[in-house]
Design a protein around this ligand. Structure first.
Ligand code: MG
Length: 177
């Protein structure tokens, strides 16, 4: 595999694990403020990120590339409000998309069609990830100063967590939001 392409994939491998850590920190934050639905949902997100990481881990091995495991950065651990946490989650997904798009460009530059095809799954997945994070953010903003609304939204998140947990690890592009 081309050195730059491999570097990009290794960087992404780290970023997916770092994402799991970010979402686990969010899950813990929401648990601490008794929003168990959000806590459960972010925990599912953390699992999903580990699944993303393992996909890249396997791919690097399949291409006989050298995996470069590097230290995972410390996540932010507290937020001033649920809306601030949800905003960070959305921004984080945008950053992940950008990173994946960059590796696609490098793969294309080096005519690495296999990596480009492999990353196609991630490109499509990110459309969903961004949309999902944005929807949650908008809902949190809607009820920001309304405890009753937040209570109801948290109950909704319990159901979301259950539904999304059933999809983790399903290796399809059409998995539901
Ligand atoms: Mg991911």
């Amino acid at each position: 595999m081309n050195k730059q392409v491999l570097e990009g994939l290794n960087k992404q491998l780290n970023m997916e694990f770092a994402s799991a850590y970010v979402y686990l920190a969010m899950s813990s934050y929401f648990e601490g403020i008794d929003l168990e639905g959000f806590s459960a949902w972010f925990k599912v997100k953390a699992h999903e990120e580990m699944f993303h990481a393992m996909k890249i881990y396997d791919y690097i091995g399949d291409r006989r590339g050298k995996r470069d495991m590097t230290a995972i950065g410390l996540p932010v651990k507290t937020w001033k409000s649920p809306a601030a946490a949800a905003e960070d989650a959305y921004k984080h997904e945008c950053k992940v998309s950008e990173s994946i798009h960059k590796i696609v460009e490098v793969a294309r530059q080096h005519k690495d069609h296999s990596t480009e095809a492999f990353l196609h799954w991630f490109v499509m997945e990110q459309i969903e990830e961004e949309a999902q994070a944005d929807r949650i953010l908008q809902k949190v903003r809607m009820v920001a100063d309304n405890p009753g609304g937040m209570f109801m939204l948290d109950n909704y998140m319990v159901e979301r967590a259950k539904a999304d947990a059933a999809n983790v690890g399903k290796d399809t592009e059409s998995e539901g939001e």
